[in-house]
Design a protein around this ligand. Sequence first.
Ligand SMILES: [Zn+2]
Length: 223
Amino acid sequence: MAAATEDKALLVSGRAMRSIAQYRAKVLADLNKKMSRCKQGSRQWKKYKQARNRIRQKSKNQLEALEHKTTKEIVSFLEEERITHFVIGNVSGIEKKTKKDPKKKRKHNKTRRQQLSLWNQGKIKQKLTYKAQQKGIKVEETEESYTSQSCPFCGGKHQAKGRRFICSVHQTEIHRDVNGAQNIARKKHPMAVKTLISVVYKQPIWYKRFLSLEKKQEIQRIS
Ligand SMILES: [Zn+2]
């Protein structure tokens, strides 16, 4: 998740959230496969079903906690920077536009699978909105079409290479997500273009140890 003013940015990693979502998907797929091999309603089938409910509930709680942590980080940044107007990009707007082109749709779906579901994004947006409003910050929403390609330096359009967005005209560079966040704000308010932007990277919590521990427990329970 990225938040940016004209010369400062905060990037909070979604790595922990992604790994939880991926782990959940994997375990649930395994359990469904195992259940399909059992007689429905049998003791073993019920055992798997319980495990499925457990993993669903647990990952839901973990994601919820991470959503709170992440949005809290963002709103603290807004407060520190004394932000009065906060613009959030609306992802669903993009989806509607790309649906007509089957090639684009496939590509879009592929990237979406690797990211969090739209449902999670909706929940995150909700948390961001109420936390910001609690601090007296005005929250606005806008669709985010072209915000990732628009070049602040020349006004043209370029594709980002990895995390770097490079202007082919001026050879200036900006972090892809910082540029995207700033361009979202520019849809509603004027924002100066600066070449020097201080970027802070944060990781809400790292669940790796916790996850590997959990995997072991889950495997023991299931087998
Ligand atoms: Zn350019």
